[in-house]
Design a protein around this ligand. Structure first.
Ligand code: SIN
Ligand code: FE2
Length: 216
């Protein structure tokens, strides 16, 4: 396993490449983090975090909600994107302008101009929560990248290959980092190791991940 950390961690503005078309933009969200967190509070007030169930009937450890025209959901009938929050029977909250702007600009920085996300999955990790290796493949069009914003506690991200069994390397994702993967790297397996409880000064014992996709 390769670790991208340097002593003392990366500096804002650093780019750590995980593949030819996969990069971590260090601290890319920091300049707008106050706006992001206010907007996040407003979204979560309308569409609270909830733990979804897999088609196999297991409760997913990560708690989720969505904003944007489409939201990702899982239940006994499968994984899918839909326009309605099933818990409320109404549309997902609109995507805040600062979310869309950051996603668009980070994608462009990473070599994907013209990214227009229509979905933002918001995941909440508590200490001990992990996300097993998976591909993001419920989207209709794989030509658009995935843009993933980390907030709060540090996570160890696993970034593997195109096959589940391929070696994955580890990269720490810090508050404010934005990871972008697309093109030939779009379908690489990825996951998050069980979160250690090292409370974040602003967000406490949680990590929030915003994942932007072009789903429809
Ligand atoms: C995801 O794969 O959907 C989330 C990745 C992360 O939390 O960093
Ligand atoms: Fe994912």
């Amino acid at each position: 396993m390769t670790t991208l950390d340097l002593f003392g961690g990366p500096a804002e503005g650093d780019r750590d490449w995980m593949g030819p078309q996969a990069v971590i933009l260090r601290g890319r969200a920091l300049s707008c983090v106050d706006e992001l967190l206010d907007a996040l509070d407003a979204v979560v007030a309308q569409a609270p975090f909830r733990r979804m169930v897999t088609p196999g009937g297991l409760t997913i450890a990560v708690a989720s909600t969505n904003c944007g025209a489409l939201g990702w959901t899982s239940d006994r009938r499968g994984y899918r994107y839909g326009g309605l929050d099933p818990a409320a029977g109404r549309p997902w909250p609109a995507m805040p302008a600062c979310f869309a702007r950051l996603a668009r600009q980070a994608a462009a920085d990473a070599g994907f101009p013209d990214f227009e996300p229509d979905a933002c999955l918001i995941n909440q990790y508590l200490p001990g929560t992990r996300l097993s290796l998976h591909q993001d493949k419920n989207e209709r069009d794989f030509s658009a990248p995935i843009v993933s914003v980390s907030l709060g506690m540090t996570a160890i991200f696993l970034f593997g290959g195109l096959e589940r069994g391929d070696r994955a390397f580890k990269a720490s994702l810090y508050h404010g980092d934005v990871a972008v993967w697309g093109g030939d790297d779009r379908l690489r397996y990825h996951g998050v190791m069980a979160l250690a409880d090292a409370p974040h000064e602003r967000l406490g014992s949680q990590r929030i991940n915003l994942t932007f996709r072009k789903a429809g």
